[in-house]
Design a protein around this ligand. Structure first.
Ligand SMILES: [Mn+2]
Length: 441
């Protein structure tokens, strides 16, 4: 059944408009001007721009992937949208669809960006955007005041039904790509570049449309957490495939990782068992999500589960305990990143890391208390990263690990399984599993 994203847009806009007004009141501003963005040169020696990434605070209201639109929100006044219409015979211009907006605000075409100054009512104004020089030149308000920015970021943590619908569409697109890439790998494709292109084709997007650069790793390359150096030549011996790739809809990102294995010999079977074990643990973690609990507790629990898997697989030696593996931080060498992060307009949405994590969880990006409306990833991993394992091999806890096992599994690189979940008052919806289910024909 197609997802009706439009139906909930008006309620979304009204809700986040109220949140923005509250943010203004709390931070002592009367007005905020949010700028969609300016073109940025890729190099000062060159005449090409980067594709525009609209400012997240702007995209929260309107998906407008074009520069020089100005959203003006003022306490007690109707919201205004000024935008510069450009005619160019070099490039196609962006044609906004204003039909959805007309009941919500005043769209006002501007002759130039300078005309944006005329949109501001009297009072204390703040500017939110990347182009601080433009704000200064046009006197659009205090640039990016931290107190207001923080509140606008916080206002993105709890998703509206519109945002959840957009995330569902973004997830479905990504799942099409994941299915096609898995099929190609299982059929013998061993070029990372070719798998990347299969993914883009099946998810119907250009590389610049993806929310983050696809991570496409065969074999040992899966041990590099953000591996994007796709090899065009086939890695004929590779038997594992890690794909971390998403898609966007209305600027909202999905972020999905799957790990596949093909083989048949002992080591491939052992690695396949590890993949299944990690996935079982990931699903158990999702089932244990509870409103009111700290996300960091889930992260700590993911280390206890990993310790169990290391023991079960024989990577950790018999006689060692799960507690010892966690206490000695050996699990951190196999799984160095955080369990998950908030997801929305930004792949790594920022509002969930207001307080720093514990010293032993340095890379955790979500330290919030779990609450309804939050959307985050659950992505435990297990990798054979020599720069992290080396110090364990020669350190005081080397006896906890069976290094011959590690060496046998190293050519497979690593595993990550990542789903995107929505927290509801009554439980959790798994956007990723729902989409994989729907795509199974
Ligand atoms: Mn992620």
């Amino acid at each position: 059944m197609p997802i009706d994203v439009d139906a909930s847009y008006e309620a979304h806009f009204r809700e986040i408009e109220t949140r923005a007004h509250d943010a203004l009141a709390a931070s002592g501003f009367d007005t905020v001007v949010i700028h969609s963005g300016s073109h940025v040169l890729r190099s000062t020696f060159d005449d090409q721009d980067w594709p525009l990434r609209p400012v997240p605070a702007f995209n929260h209201f309107i998906h407008w992937p074009s520069p020089d639109a100005f959203l003006v929100l003022s306490q007690g006044a109707r919201t205004r949208l000024g935008y510069v219409e450009r005619e160019s015979f070099w490039e196609a211009s962006f044609r906004p669809d204003l039909s959805r907006l007309e009941r919500l605000l005043e769209p006002e075409p501007l002759k130039s960006r300078e005309a944006a100054r005329g949109l501001l009512p009297p009072g204390r104004a703040a500017f939110v955007g990347q182009d601080v020089a433009l704000s200064a030149a046009l006197d659009l308000g205090e640039p990016n005041p931290a107190i207001l920015l923080e509140r606008l970021e916080d206002a993105r943590v709890e998703k509206t039904e519109f945002e959840i619908a957009a995330l569902r569409v973004a997830t479905q697109r990504a799942v099409e790509g994941h299915r096609a890439a898995e099929k190609a790998f299982m059929a013998g494709e061993r070029s990372e570049l070719a798998l990347h292109l299969v993914y883009l084709g099946a998810s119907n997007q250009d590389a610049f449309d993806t929310p983050y650069q696809n991570i496409v790793a065969l074999g040992e390359a899966a041990a590099t957490l953000h591996y994007i150096q796709y090899q065009a030549a086939a890695k004929s011996g590779a038997r594992s495939f890690l794909l971390d790739a998403g898609a966007t809809h209305e600027g909202y990102a999905s972020d999905i990782t799957r790990t596949h294995v093909q083989g048949g010999d002992g080591a491939a079977d052992e690695f396949a068992a590890l993949v299944r074990g990690l996935e079982r643990g990931q699903q158990a973690l999702i089932a244990s999500i509870r409103v009111g609990e700290p996300f960091e507790g889930l992260h700590d629990n993911s280390h206890e589960r990993l310790a169990g898997l290391l023991l079960e697989s024989g990577i950790a030696k018999k006689g060692t305990s799960a507690e010892a593996l966690v206490e000695s931080r050996v699990t951190r060498a196999f799984y160095p990143h955080g369990l998950g992060h908030s997801l929305g307009i930004q792949t790594h949405d920022v509002g969930c890391r207001r307080t720093p994590p514990a010293e032993w969880n340095p890379f955790l990006r979500n330290t919030r208390t779990i609450a309804p409306g939050q959307v985050f990833t659950i992505e435990p991993g297990l990798y054979f990263i020599e720069s992290l394992l080396g110090p364990v091999r020669s350190g005081p806890h080397k006896e906890l690990v069976d290094w011959s096992k590690v060496d046998a599994l190293k050519p497979f690189g690593g595993i990550r399984i990542e789903d995107n979940v929505v927290v509801r008052a009554q439980g959790v919806e798994n956007l990723t599993r729902d989409a994989f289910g729907a795509a199974q024909l």
